[in-house]
Ligand binder design. Structure first.
Ligand SMILES: [Fe+2]
Length: 374
């Protein structure tokens, strides 16, 4: 039984048969347009304890209210998590996001032609499809039935700006069609059934807990250096089939091909980020944006293939099918997630005419994540 405080109750997600997920909750009874400080404390604690929280039937929540809710987690943050870098035509993020003119911290993502939405007129949204990012996509013949994790990631610029604390995702229009089989295609035979267009989450706390003692020690003492302008840098490179990092074919842009680099803006973060409420450690690395590893003894691993192989070996157990929470979106669902404690990925393929509309908001943070030291 969930405990009710101020009419708000928190209900753990019941894992489907065969699933071993230990995160995710639905919050009922919250009036998101009109939260008291006490209500917000309940929601904040629920978010940091459950990593992903879902509010049903939030159709009427305005983009402004979505922004304000997101900002409550970081009151002195104000601008979108990627700043203006998504405007760069070469960024891998560029095609996926459209900015709401009257609420620029909120982005529209989705699929299909939309005549009018929140001041955006005659837009065509395109659901990110893994064939634009993976080295070897699923065949055209299987594309309606099968899908992949598009790209496991944190919502973060990882250059200049600090990673947003939370992201909010609102499902405005959701075409409900057949489930798809999500394939890993990494030689493991792993696969899982997912609702078409599901957003997939894994707990980076679980990923850390799954490590051997030796790997935990390595993870706690290693720092991760991200590439400068990472989403432009990685744009010619291609992903592994499991969406968990890139294949090393030497395709990344050289420094000369990137916009000017300010060394001060390059991000080097601990490999483990501490949960501010529970104290748990998350193995939190953006696997596609990582460039170098700084080890405890001062060694810097800069061979990209080696860096990626290490990160993939540490993260891959955490995305096993039974550890993935694949949201079955209903219209009106609002999800909030701890962007510093989960990885997430788009999944699915849609026909060009299938209309799907989501609103996404996150804010470049006022601070950097907590490291493993207490
Ligand atoms: Fe995202």
């Amino acid at each position: 039984m969930a405990v009710k405080i101020n009419n708000i109750s928190v209900h753990r997600i019941q894992p489907p048969k065969g699933s071993k997920i230990d995160f995710g909750a639905e919050i009922r009874g919250a009036n998101l347009e009109n939260l008291t400080e006490q209500d917000f404390e309940i929601i904040k604690n629920a978010l940091y304890e459950n990593s992903v929280v879902l509010f049903k039937n939030q159709q009427s929540l305005s983009p402004k209210a979505q922004f304000e809710l997101t900002q409550k987690f970081d009151p002195s943050a104000g601008s979108y998590g990627h700043g203006k870098t998504i405007d760069a035509k070469r960024s891998v993020l560029h095609p996926d996001l459209k900015t709401i003119p009257h609420q620029p911290q909120v982005q529209v993502i989705g699929n299909g032609p939309v005549a009018e939405f929140e001041g955006l007129k005659n837009i065509t949204l395109k659901h990110p499809h893994h064939k634009t990012f993976h080295k070897t996509p699923i065949s055209e013949a299987d594309d309606r039935e099968a899908t992949r994790f598009y790209r496991w990631h944190i919502d973060a610029a990882l250059y200049d700006l600090s990673p947003p604390r939370v992201t909010s995702l609102m499902a405005v229009s959701v075409p409900k069609t057949e489930y798809q089989t999500l394939r890993y295609d990494d030689g493991s035979n792993d696969e899982m059934r997912v609702p078409r267009g599901s957003t997939a989450f894994v707990s980076s706390y679980r990923t850390y807990d799954l490590l051997s003692d030796e790997d935990k020690e390595f993870a706690r003492t290693t720092k991760v250096q991200y590439a400068a302008h990472p989403y432009i840098w990685m744009s010619p490179a291609r992903s592994r089939s499991d969406g968990l990092g890139l294949v090393s074919d030497g395709l990344e842009l050289s420094r000369e091909e990137l916009p000017p680099i300010d060394e001060e803006k390059i991000k080097i973060y601990p490999m483990c980020w501490r949960n501010p409420v529970t104290g748990r450690l998350a193995l939190q690395v953006h696997p596609s944006a990582v460039e170098k590893l700084h080890l405890a003894d001062g060694t810097v691993i800069s061979d990209l293939k080696e860096v990626r192989d290490i990160v993939h070996r540490l993260q891959r157990p955490g995305i096993a099918p039974e550890l993935v929470y694949a949201i079955n979106w209903d219209e009106g669902d609002l999800a909030l997630f701890n962007n510093r404690g989960v990885l997430h990925s788009v999944t699915g393929s849609f026909k060009p005419e299938e209309v799907r509309i989501f609103r996404q908001c996150n804010l470049a943070a006022s601070d950097d994540p907590l490291g493993p030291e207490v």
